[in-house]
Design a protein around this ligand. Structure first.
Ligand SMILES: [Ca+2]
Ligand SMILES: [Ca+2]
Ligand SMILES: [Ca+2]
Ligand SMILES: [Ca+2]
Length: 233
């Protein structure tokens, strides 16, 4: 069982999930999520909450679909300054084909701009658009993050993981296919969206990733158990 092989989940996040959730249950949850999201999307009228629509659009691509939100952000960011101006945001929302009036879009913009500096940065964007999670779910995710973040600087890097997680039982390590660095790097990359993999996982990225997973699991206790088990809290 997984508990007897610490560190093995580092080899491949997919493997990690399959260890903690039977494969059939995993794909069943995920299929349910994508189907439910698609059905809800189709049945939503033009009066529905535009943010909920965006969210469902991402979730209909599966639990990791949430990582494509980052891509959406960059697509909207026309001048590439990593912030969305009101103009970029409103235009971006309308470009998704969403039925939303200018006034509505401006309202959404204002609600996203938490610090009120007149633009939306990536964190503000993700916080508002990812699937909402209960406080208890957020708390357990944050505890896991804290455990991984050994030097407590609020970011996960290879240095946090080195010598903490034993990769020596990893089959690809044993066979000599991969060294520790490669294995740890891939573990971190699971939490980042492919276009911006910088080897640093922020708490927001981590929360964002698990917001996708969380959306596929209805039961709070099960989610809690899965997280504690996975990170040996
Ligand atoms: Ca911009
Ligand atoms: Ca702002
Ligand atoms: Ca750190
Ligand atoms: Ca990153």
């Amino acid at each position: 069982m997984a508990t007897k092989r610490p560190g093995r989940y580092l080899s491949d996040h997919e493997v990690f999930f399959r260890m903690h959730r039977p494969k059939s249950a995993m794909s069943r949850n995920e299929n349910e999520l994508t189907n439910r999201s698609r059905r809800t999307l189709q049945s939503m009228g033009s009066q529905s909450d535009p943010i909920e629509k965006l969210r469902l659009l991402c979730l209909s691509r599966g639990v990791t679909g949430i990582l494509t939100l980052g891509r959406m952000f960059r697509r909207m960011d026309d001048d590439g300054n990593r912030k969305l101006s009101e103009e970029e945001f409103v235009k971006g929302l309308r470009d998704t084909g969403m039925d939303i009036s200018n006034d509505e879009a401006v309202k959404v913009f204002k609600s996203f701009d938490t610090d009120g500096d007149g633009s939306i940065n990536m964190d503000e964007f993700l916080v508002h658009i990812r699937p909402p999670m209960s406080e208890s779910r957020k708390k357990v995710i944050e505890e896991c993050f804290k455990k991984l973040d050994r030097n407590g600087d609020g970011e996960l890097t290879i240095d946090d993981l080195r010598n903490v997680y034993n990769v020596k039982s990893n089959p690809r390590y044993i066979s000599g296919e991969e060294d520790e660095e490669t294995i740890l790097k891939r573990f971190l990359a699971n939490f980042e969206d492919q276009d911006t993999t910088d080897g640093i996982v922020t708490k927001e990225e981590f929360l964002n990733y698990y917001a996708g997973i969380s959306a596929s699991i209805d039961n709070d206790c099960y989610f809690d158990l899965m997280m504690r088990h996975a990170y040996k809290l």
